[in-house]
Design a protein around this ligand. Sequence first.
Ligand SMILES: [Zn+2]
Length: 284
Amino acid sequence: MLWEDGRRSENIEDRRGISMPGGIAGGGLGVVVIALVAMFFGVDPRLILQEAGQGQVLPDRQQAVPVDPAQDKLKDFVSVVLADTEDTWGEIFEQGGARYERPKLVLFTGAVRSACGLAQSAVGPFYCPGDHRVYIDLDFYRMLEKRFGAPGEFAKAYVVAHEIGHHVQNLLGISGKVRAAMERSSRARANQLSVRQELQADCYAGIWANHANRSRHILQAGDVEAGLNAAAAIGDDRLQMQARGYVAPESFTHGSSAQRVQWFRRGLESGALSACDTFGTGRV
Ligand SMILES: [Zn+2]
């Protein structure tokens, strides 16, 4: 991928280096609560945690953790991809007579507090519709490469673009409708809706790649394959097979490898929102 000369986004929130355990120990409660409240209001919580740390108020489990310097280049890369999604979706929304609201992308280590609750990095990158933020522990990329066998820059970009796809769904009012429908549905039906929503985010990721490449020629030989490989690597069937040795399609929430590849490719080849109507299609 040709990205080094790209614009850097101003919407990265770097919260790496803050250890946030799930269980909160007694002594540090006040500090952590303040830090969390500060997060919701946009104050850098590290300032509070560091200050408290100097006074030795922090219990052992809430110490600051060192940030891996090897992540510097990754952070830079993610910032360029985010900027590129801003430009792409800004144009698409403008063409439709709307304004694209740029989301924040939060980098964190281990665990993070969002409007969607406290999340461990084991859940993988996610988008929280409640605070319009994408959350990524950059360590996920190491896993994507080593454990899921999906190396390459475009694979990494696809992950960001997929989460941004959820933001677009949120802005278009799709997420709200899906959430409401899921609450009225059986478990099986809710899973099907989730799959359609995820496949649409994959398709939107493809739209980003299409536009970015047309306007800025970012793709090089092998990039598309790396993206498709990543989409396949995190299909529900493959993940379930790895985790428990069998596949239960009715429990899918993201779609099979083949479905994820197919919808990503649709967005990539067409570049059009209309190609991504996963809810209006009989079978996905
Ligand atoms: Zn998703």
